[in-house]
Ligand binder design. Sequence first.
Ligand SMILES: [Mn+2]
Length: 427
Amino acid sequence: MKTYVCGHRNPDTDSVASAYALADLRRRLGMQDVEAVCAGRMSARTKWVFDHFSLQPVRAVRDVYIRVRDLVEPRVPMINADMTLVEALGRLEASGESSLPVRDSKGMFCGMLSPAKLLSLFISKADLSIPVGRAPLHKCGLVLAESERVHDIRAACIRSAHNHFPVVDDAGRLVGTVLKSAFAGEPPYRMILVDHNELEQGVPGLEEVPVIEVVDHHRIAFAPTRAPIRYTADVVGSTCTLVARMYRAAGERPRRETAGVLIAGIVADTLLFQSPTTTDEDRLMCAWLEKICGERAASIMEGMMAVDSPLASMGAKEALASDAKLYTECGKRFMLAQLEETHFALFHRHLAGLAEEMDRTISSAGLDFMALMVTDPVRGNSELLYRGDRAVLRALPYRKGPDGTLLMPGVLSRKKQLLPEIVGSLS
Ligand SMILES: [Mn+2]
């Protein structure tokens, strides 16, 4: 039976990475037909991680509702309309079913072959070597669309006098047959949840599918289960830490790429061990994974963070213009630009180009000065690059850092924190 491993909706890197690595571990330990999926689209950062390690991205699913196509019984044959009636009746008998679906040469569904419908032919001892397409077929039963939710058609099917329901795709082509008995059977797949355990946070449709395992580092709000399930939870900084621990406990060594993906999950959730949720276990597992991967956690973090960075994706001019505000205060005209970066390395690398562009703006826009505030929202700090009027610069209360930028620990707001200081230094 198929098993999906899935993290929470709006999937973050920890959630996708832990699903990917746990699916791989379960497969190695003998589980068949396991697939990691993600509940919605991967972020650009997560996509970068999979690209970086040359892995296929995890397939995104919108929901896991059980669909008609999941119940199609592959052992029930389909009859082609150009087959002779004799041959088709032979197939019907061999199948052990009471009716079989018929399709024309284009694959379109044309009706059900059922002996009851053929009674008049038998009685009149008609020639049974005619093609099925010319024989009377049963056409008034329920026809199911493969994409329909089982939840929506279950009652109608159970009430129906028929035991066989032909299934068609959007174009009306015959896909196969669903047997009435399928509605009483086990759901066709099951789930392993990672990085969440609350139904509301999970992929839509989760309530219809049995959960056989949970690996998580959040509060527990999981409903009581009917059967025992495997439940791994601990107070650590990342679900990937728990998955790494499970590899070790099983005596398995992840592949280089899988180790890289796990590192990405750990550093993304612990903000490279800066978050107060970080534990020693996160550092320990990450160090083990780094040895296997051959790449440092910090460099994976940097690669990931650079993805959404304005300084990585735009030129200096465009980045400065993306959020620049013009002010006139105390007879001075100035511009304050702000950018969000997850750390300052890229900013320091682009200092010369940014300064040059700011000098150009000062002269073209007739400004007295211009400042660029780069904010790291994760650690809650900013740094300032200042060009123009030296008197204002000297009056600002910020210390100069080794790269020549002004350090603004704890400063996040241009409007509430930087602007009052600037205005204060003008008067
Ligand atoms: Mn997490």
